[in-house]
Design a protein around this ligand. Structure first.
Ligand code: GLU
Length: 301
């Protein structure tokens, strides 16, 4: 059997809440329960990333008992991301896009494409139209984005928790107008570089997965197994956020909770109540995790 490698790939844009810790714990347990390698990848190329958030996230993960074999900072991989963009360019698979958000919102959707899909406005422009597009953007102090020339098809992915998910793959952005490389590209390239065979992450990313699988196929990267874990929500059913109250490990500790109690809270929400990460590992079976979002109501004053 081919060897398994798992990963957790947080963005260091803020402190973790209990939901992030829960997803991290599941990703770790899924790899470790098979005796597998586990990679921690800090997705620190977002403008909102801060080294101190990365440090606090890693400290929280360590505190609840998660370990890793390798720590990767995505920002160190720029040369590798640029090489893949060059490859796609030389294969004629990228084109410049001069559209602003407002342009896209105004344009009619292409036939058979769902609402919100990129309508292909800049796909077949003449040299003259491209020049005009560049001039328009430079007046706005921006460069063109690069979009992938896709075949405009629906891609079905198999998720081990959610079942089959089909998404239409439009001409999505590979490099933004400000030069930042888009999440879908860096994610696919880094997972390929790290030899990731199993991806456990929150289910808000299920909708990005058809695009990522499409890219994997283009780049000759094997598609990993996917496990999208239900999100943690507040009492209104909205994605949990810091403004919901004491939702971080440190805030709960300040309220007098022990790390053990926080681990019990998280693992109890999975129906696998455990006092430590080690104990959780013994109980853990990814097939048993609840399919419903976890409603977390922070302790009140
Ligand atoms: N960095 C992304 C996030 O924190 C996750 C990316 C992934 O797991 O593919 O939402």
């Amino acid at each position: 059997m081919a060897s398994v490698t798992g990963r957790f790939a947080p963005s260091p844009t803020g402190s973790f809440h209990v939901g992030n810790l829960r997803t991290g714990l599941i990703a770790w347990a899924q790899a470790r329960s098979q005796g597998s390698r586990f990679v921690m990848r800090m997705e620190d190329i977002d403008d909102r990333s801060r080294p101190e958030h990365g440090q606090s996230q890693l400290a929280d993960l360590t505190e609840i008992g998660i370990d890793w074999d390798e720590l990767v900072y995505q920002s160190a991989r720029r040369a590798c991301h640029d090489r893949v963009i060059e490859e796609l360019l030389s294969r004629g698979l990228l084109y410049e896009c001069y559209c602003t958000r407002a342009d896209i919102a105004r344009a009619p959707t292409a036939p058979h494409a769902p609402p919100g899909a990129y309508p292909g406005t800049c796909r077949n422009l003449s040299d003259k139209e491209r020049e005009a597009g560049r001039a328009k953007l430079s007046g706005m102090n921006r460069g063109p984005a690069l979009r992938l020339k896709t075949s405009g098809e629906a891609v079905t992915v198999r998720d081990e928790i959610c079942g089959e998910h089909t998404g239409y793959v439009d001409d999505f952005v590979i490099r933004r107008g400000d030069g930042a490389v888009a999440y879908n590209l860096v994610c696919v390239v880094d997972d390929g570089t790290d030899g990731i065979t199993e991806i456990v992450r929150a289910d808000d990313l299920l909708s990005s997965t058809p695009r990522q699988v499409y890219l994997q196929r283009l780049l000759g990267i094997d598609t990993p197994a996917y496990y999208h874990v239900p999100l943690v929500v507040n009492r209104e059913g909205k994605r949990l956020a810091k403004r919901d109250g004491d939702v971080t490990l440190q805030a709960l500790k300040e309220r007098g909770w022990s790390v053990r109690e926080v681990i019990e809270l998280i693992t109890d929400s999975l129906g696998m109540r455990s006092a430590s990460a080690e104990e959780f590992l013994e109980r853990f079976n990814i097939r048993d995790i609840p399919r419903e979002p976890w409603v977390f109501i922070p302790p009140a004053d």
